[in-house]
Write a protein that binds this ligand. Structure first.
Ligand code: FAD
Length: 395
């Protein structure tokens, strides 16, 4: 990306900050300001019962790219108990160093102990790391603002892209800050109903922080040969860190395939007219292997289907091979959760429905006519395929 590109987009989006137009080409060159940093990109890992969560592997993929652009190193902080194997997994997925805090006190996530260990570690870095990344998960959303507040640094939540680039601060209201800041984290996320893609920058302090939602970034291929270092870090909790005690953990039992893991998601919206409309979608989903039924928030709010099925900004981000949207208008808050699916098929009786803007194939029609026909054709194609394969096996 050329340095000119962000300027132009930022002028359009207003994301440049400064409240002033970017400098004219003939303006005096700005002095370069390099904020102290060790160029390290650090991912705060998430694990549940020793299992590294997918969002962490995705962040390592994004972090690798950022570290390469900075010419720095990619590290990971892992907290929990008996996690040597999990630390190796992080190395396979790109971490050069894993800072491992291993203690029974950290087995289950609790805000204050985790914040204590992470901030104790980061305080020892002089200069500080350049970038700190967390998942936009329940844990990440709890932890990230506390770390950001501790270091008095900026934090951009729910990013959909991350990049590195320069920032020119030309606002004369901040004479001390005027200058060109190279190597800034571009934390990019949709804003104003995704009419704009905002690049949000926090060049004044390091670490520059961002969170991304599960399913948005792409992990590297694991490489068992990749070498890395595991550094054990101290766990020194204080009495005030024990304000919360975990008495019991009750996990939701997921029946069937999760929408986040499915290859095919058949999602329904308010156009289904009621909860019984989802029976039709279940029949369509059953035509595919590893499939699941998703939903818009409006139907979840109406109680037609559980929250765990919700796709979108306040639900899950999904990236299946096929996404079939049935009676979903395609509000931006829905689209951000599914627009990176491999193949998007939309069925809606309104030809102007926004879902058609992201669909690869659009069917304008009534779901109650189109979906039964789809099921009929899929079943007949499958029986033909089944017959020909059994014929072949007889030969
Ligand atoms: C802060 C915030 C966060 C949000 N987060 C999310 C989120 O995570 N996920 C999400 O989905 N939404 C989210 N929303 C809500 C979002 O703005 C929309 O209101 C919602 O997605 C609309 O759901 P829908 O498309 O099912 O319903 P509607 O907008 O009512 O659309 C129904 C569609 O069905 C079509 N239709 C009707 N009958 C038929 C038929 N028989 N056959 C075919 N088509 C038919 C209509 O043409 C229409 O396009 C959020 C909103 C806010 C403000």
């Amino acid at each position: 990306m050329s340095p000119e590109e962000p300027k132009q987009e930022a002028q359009e989006s207003g994301a440049w900050g400064g409240g002033e137009a970017a400098p004219k080409p003939d303006a005096e060159p700005l002095r370069e300001i390099i904020t102290p940093s060790n160029k390290e990109v650090i991912v705060i890992a998430e694990q549940v019962e020793g299992q590294i969560q997918p969002v962490t592997l995705e962040l390592l993929g994004a972090g690798r790219d950022l570290a390469d652009k900075l010419g720095g190193q990619l590290s990971c902080v892992l907290l929990g108990h008996q996690l040597e194997q999990a630390a190796q997994t992080l190395i396979q997925y790109g971490a050069e160093i894993v800072y491992l805090a291993d203690s029974p006190e950290l087995k289950v996530y609790r805000t204050l102990p985790y914040k204590r260990v992470i901030t104790d570690l980061l305080k020892t870095f002089d200069p500080p790391p350049h970038i700190l990344l967390l998942g936009s998960t329940t844990t990440g959303r709890d932890l990230a603002p506390r770390i950001a507040a501790f270091f008095k640094t900026g934090l951009t939540a729910d990013c959909t892209e991350l990049d590195i680039g320069p920032y020119e601060h030309t606002n004369k209201a901040d004479p001390d800050k005027l200058g060109l800041y190279p190597g800034c984290l571009y934390a990019i996320r949709p804003s104003f109903g995704e009419s704009l893609k905002a690049r949000i920058l926090g060049p004044w302090n390091n670490p520059q922080m961002a969170t991304t939602r599960p399913g948005v970034m792409v992990p590297l291929k694991p490489d068992p040969e990749r070498q890395g270092e595991i550094r054990h870090i101290p766990v020194n909790l204080l009495p005030e860190d024990y304000r919360l005690e975990v008495l019991e953990i009750v996990r939701e039992v997921q029946s069937g395939v999760s929408i986040a893991d499915a290859d095919v998601v058949v999602a329904g919206g308010y156009g289904l007219g009621g909860p019984e409309g989802f029976n039709l979608l279940k029949d369509l989903a059953a035509c595919f292997e590893n499939s699941a039924v998703g939903a818009s928030r409006k139907v979840v709010d109406a109680g037609w289907i559980p929250y765990s099925n919700q796709v979108g900004q306040t639900g899950k981000t999904v990236r299946p091979k096929i996404y079939i949207a049935c009676g979903i208008s395609g509000a931006i808050q829905h689209r951000v959760g599914m627009n990176k699916s491999g193949l998007i098929i939309a069925i809606n009786k309104d030809p102007d429905a926004p879902i058609f803007q992201v669909a690869h194939h659009g069917i304008v029609g009534d779901v109650f006519q189109v979906v039964p026909e789809l099921i009929r054709q899929l079943k007949s194609a499958q029986s033909v395929a089944g017959a020909s394969s059994s014929e072949k096996s007889l030969v």
